[in-house]
Design a protein around this ligand. Structure first.
Ligand code: M6P
Ligand code: ZN
Length: 181
């Protein structure tokens, strides 16, 4: 394949050109959030967009690097902040690099043998996801949380393991009025 350049808008995450745009609505996140009733209610109320991933596709092969931007919208399901599905790579010994562009969130990480980590990401943060670590992002702010990611072409997404096991930590908003006397 030939060299190419892309233009990235750091504020909105717009990537031009892109060849794929994946949308995840609340209805695509069944089972991910603690409050199932709140999820069903949101689906009935218009099924809002939780996040979108823009990508310029390259062959999913060893040697290639996949570049994409994610725009994770602000919001909650019940008191749990909007988040990505989260995944391991199918080919476990492949890492990933995240670069925060705008907004603020958390990157949650875990391994299959009980490792856990979490790090805040904001504009300019570079987060390194080592091989074998599952990763999920959470928007803890009031604006879209936008970040860029690069990972090996052969990595693949394993969502099933997360759907079965979940992540050890949930990131919840403090309910309005909580803690006030
Ligand atoms: C990042 C990368 C992508 C991923 C996206 C959304 O941009 O890790 O590979 O698709 O986040 O996360 P998920 O696939 O877990 O929904
Ligand atoms: Zn990944």
């Amino acid at each position: 394949m030939d060299p190419f350049v892309l233009m990235l808008d750091w504020r909105t995450g717009a990537l031009e050109p892109h060849t794929s745009r994946t949308e995840r609505h609340v209805s695509d996140m069944q089972g991910a959030y603690a409050d199932q009733a709140a999820l069903s209610q949101l689906v009935e109320q218009g099924d809002p967009l939780v996040y979108e991933v823009l990508q310029y596709d390259v062959p999913e092969e060893v040697g290639q690097l996949i570049c994409c931007t994610t725009v994770l919208h602000p919001g909650t399901v019940g008191d749990e902040y909007f988040m990505t599905k989260g995944h391991y790579h199918v080919v476990r010994d492949t890492g990933e690099v995240y670069l925060g562009l705008s907004g603020n969130g958390q990157l949650l990480l875990m391994t299959e043998d009980g490792g856990e980590a979490a790090t805040p990401i904001g504009p300019g943060t570079i987060a390194y996801v080592p091989p074998c670590w599952a990763h999920r992002t959470v928007n803890t702010g009031e604006d879209p949380f936008v970040f860029f990611a690069v990972y090996p072409g052969q990595a693949g997404h394993d969502y099933g393991t997360i759907e079965q096991a979940g992540f050890p930590k949930r990131v919840m908003r403090t309910p309005p009025g909580a803690g006030l006397q």
